[in-house]
Design a protein. Structure first.
Ligand SMILES: [Zn+2]
Length: 215
């Protein structure tokens, strides 16, 4: 007779393994499952997945649970970035203006998160609804003659490549950095609003200058 070792372990096919992984993701309501989480809720051992699929991540990908592996920018970060761009332009940014160095993110993450650029702007305004200061800024109309009109503001920002001319920082590389248009010869000392007298400064460098207001 032939001596054969019989194992009690039932063979599970790939699909059964992956389905159990998906099941755990469902229980946790997540699109990624860590090995520790799986060990707590799953039926199989993590080494079974390693042996079968080569690695834990490969198993996740095969189970369609690889979404979290991509960079996932959180909503607050998207809103913070949008706010910086909005404040820099002093109006709602247009779709094609969401580019570096003015904006850290393109419209892509906004599109996929909110289902379109307009929806993203709407969601942002709702998010900011309680921020009275921001609402005031949106409604504010220029009163003083030192106000630099939008066309010139944009021209100066573009000319300076959306960077502070002193320290070189931009909102794209430094979140929450805001850019201001500064009068080189202060307005209070007779400086005019022509673009040759204007420069882009970040809030820090603008504050350091001390002689002029932010616009
Ligand atoms: Zn600066």
């Amino acid at each position: 007779m032939k001596f054969e070792l019989r194992s009690n372990a039932k063979y599970f096919n790939d699909e059964e393994l992956l389905n159990d992984l998906k099941q755990v993701a469902k229980i946790l309501d997540k699109n990624k499952v860590t090995q520790t989480e799986y060990q707590e809720y799953g039926k199989f051992s993590k080494s079974t997945f390693h042996n079968r699929f080569g690695s834990w991540n490969k198993a996740l990908i095969l189970a369609g649970l690889n979404k979290a592996l991509k960079q996932n920018i959180d909503e607050k970060e998207l809103f913070d970035n949008l706010e910086v761009v909005w404040r820099t332009l002093e109006r709602q940014p247009k779709y094609n203006e969401m580019v570096k160095p003015l904006s850290k993110y393109s419209t892509k993450p906004y599109d996929s998160r909110f289902g379109g650029w307009m929806n993203a702007c709407k969601a942002f305004i709702e998010y900011k609804d309680s921020d009275v200061k921001f609402i005031k800024l949106l409604q504010e109309k220029p009163k003083r003659t030192r106000y630099i009109n939008e066309k010139i503001r944009l021209k100066v920002l573009k000319r300076d490549n959306y960077r502070c001319v002193k320290c070189g920082r931009s909102p794209a590389t430094h979140l929450n950095l805001s850019l201001h248009i500064d009068h080189i010869k202060p307005f209070s000392k007779g400086g005019n609003n022509h673009e040759e007298n204007l420069q882009t400064l970040c809030d820090k460098c603008n504050l350091g200058k001390g002689n002029d207001e932010s616009i």
